[in-house]
Design a protein around this ligand. Structure first.
Ligand code: NDP
Length: 512
């Protein structure tokens, strides 16, 4: 069977992937530092103010010069989308599907170049970087497939004899108009690219606003859409601070709906601000997580340790679905903790473009400082560092935002960091007397994003029935709480992790 790259298969890729990636990194390094515009109404648009986008693993390295867009650019992008929306919405859905597929195939063709840029800009290791790009293409293909399988969501309804006359009724999927997509730094490709896949096949025009830390890679995504040939104004891309440009997009009454992926606080603010128009507007929120992995006394501990380490420290703990809490039944606690320590101490930290590297840097100075503050708080709160707990210094580490992968034990369950999303490579481990206690703790947070379980089949069913999370896994060495994939494991959310059941890569995503 041909190799299919996903977050579950990425641990053992074929040699061609490494070769392609190495070549792309070498090429890209020759061309760093170029200036990139925003894309509004099909044209490159430049702002008076710019910023230099630095790599988090070598802050001396300028990757690209980007535009510091402002409220007026927000208005221009929305106006362009508004102008393009009517024609696009009346374009036959089959043609919209064709263009979305074409964009997805361009993304696949450029996977090495895009993966290399991702590693340089986000600090993801090479397989995570390539995975993010492939996931984007697959999310777009999946929305196209959903549209096709449902024949454009145009369906003749039943003829109800009770109405007393012969009537023909159709249910049709109509677009909203202008859709805003605001994305986070950690999956800048998939979480910028997945939502437009669904929104565009459904006939909306979009305005995309990436995180400032990852504006360059999202520009490369926008180029894939531009090169696929979407009509001018159907896809617009603006860059600049969330607090000004982003807020102007949210505040505009000319935006008809939005997908926001990011932190709880910013998302909730957006949710409230979005209610400021004279009628309700749809907003899909994909927010933070505090994801538990529960390990029963009957678990396969080798699988549990592998899955937990991968989910705790993949992308340096900066995944919304990262396993940030581990709850272990007392009889297997010591053995599991021993395995976690041994595996974590073997993890390679370094330049994320290098083949051997598993952990790169955290994204920026703020995250770097957060780590320091959290470790101090843990120390004071009675926690012990099973692994890590420090910055990495010397050589390459002095140039980037490097932190050690950190497992914490003995932190009392009452401590606030058991409930707070830290978003750095720190995971707390707790000993529980039984699975009921584990479940109570697992569900005692505001979030409900991802959760994992290791135990017997009967216990697994018990877990699925009770856990409050949008995406759940059991007995998975590939990742305790991470690894969703379009069409295979839809990415849902519950409670403070999001506002709808329109799971990304699932059956209901196109019909927002
Ligand atoms: P932030 O909430 O800081 O930022 C997300 C986006 O919002 C960025 O593009 C940011 O722009 C923008 N933004 C900031 N302020 C405003 C504003 N007032 N109006 C409009 N837009 C604004 O999140 P991070 O980028 O730090 O991402 C990490 C967070 O995302 C974590 O909490 C993580 O759990 C969550 N996440 C959730 C996922 C899910 O599917 N549930 C998936 C991935 C991440 P700028 O960068 O310019 O400030």
């Amino acid at each position: 069977m041909a190799f299919k790259l996903t977050y579950a298969t990425m641990f053992n890729p074929p040699e061609e992937l490494h070769k392609g990636f190495d070549k792309a990194v070498a090429n890209l390094k020759q061309n760093l530092g170029q200036e990139y515009g925003m894309i509004i109404d099909g044209r490159d648009v430049f702002a008076d103010e710019k910023w230099d986008d630095h790599s988090p693993f070598n802050t001396d390295c300028v990757l690209a010069r980007m535009q510091k867009g402002n409220a007026s650019h927000a208005q221009q992008a929305i106006a362009a989308a508004r102008k393009a929306a009517p024609k696009w919405s009346h374009t036959p859905w089959q043609e919209r599907v064709k263009l979305v597929r074409k964009a997805a195939s361009l993304i696949e063709k450029r996977i090495f170049e895009l993966g290399a840029a991702m590693a340089l800009e986000v600090g993801k290791n090479r397989m995570e970087s390539l995975g993010d790009v492939q996931e984007t293409a697959d999310l777009m293909y999946y929305s196209a497939l959903m549209m096709e399988q449902n024949k454009g969501f145009i369906k003749e309804m039943g003829r109800d004899p009770l109405v007393g006359y012969d009537a023909t009724n159709f249910s049709v999927l109509r677009p909203y108009g202008v859709w805003l997509v605001v994305s986070p730094f950690n999956f800048p490709f998939a979480l910028t690219g997945g939502p437009p896949g669904g929104v565009l096949v459904a006939g909306n025009a979009v305005v995309i606003k990436p995180a400032t830390d990852t504006a360059w890679i999202v520009r490369l995504y926008a180029e894939c859409l531009r090169d696929a040939g979407f009509p001018d104004g159907v896809v617009n891309f603006v860059t600049g601070p969330g607090s000004t440009l982003g807020q102007a997009l949210v505040d505009s009454p000319e935006v008809d709906g939005a997908t926001f992926t990011g932190s709880f606080d910013v998302g909730m603010k957006m949710y409230r601000d979005f209610a400021g128009r004279n009628y309700v507007r749809p907003v899909v929120l994909e927010l933070g997580g505090k994801n538990p992995a529960i390990v029963s006394r009957n678990a396969n501990l080798a699988d549990a340790a592998t899955g937990i380490v991968r989910s705790a420290f993949g992308l340096q703990g900066q995944k919304c679905s990262a396993a940030s809490r581990v709850l272990v039944e007392e009889p297997v606690y010591d053995e599991l903790v021993g395995r976690l320590k041994e595996m974590t101490e073997k993890m390679a930290i370094g330049d994320p473009t290098e083949r051997a590297t598993y952990l790169g840097p955290v994204i920026n100075q703020n995250s770097y400082n957060d780590f320091k503050n959290f470790t101090e708080e843990i120390n004071q709160g009675g926690g012990r560092f099973l692994t890590g707990g420090h910055v990495k210094t010397g050589g390459l580490f002095d140039k980037g935002y490097y932190r050690e992968p950190t497992f914490v034990t003995d932190l009392p369950f009452e401590h606030r960091l058991w409930k707070h999303e830290m978003f750095v490579p720190i995971t707390t481990i707790g000993k529980v007397n039984n699975l009921d206690q584990a479940m109570e703790i697992a569900n005692s947070v505001n979030y409900g994003l991802a959760a994992g379980f290791y135990g017997s089949l009967a216990e697994t069913n018990w877990f699925f029935d009770r856990i409050e999370a949008g995406v759940t896994y059991a007995n998975r060495p590939q990742g305790a709480t991470t690894g969703a994939w379009a069409g295979v494991q839809p990415f849902g959310r519950w409670k403070g992790s999001g506002d709808s059941g329109k799971n990304g890569g699932g059956l209901y995503y196109v019909q927002l």
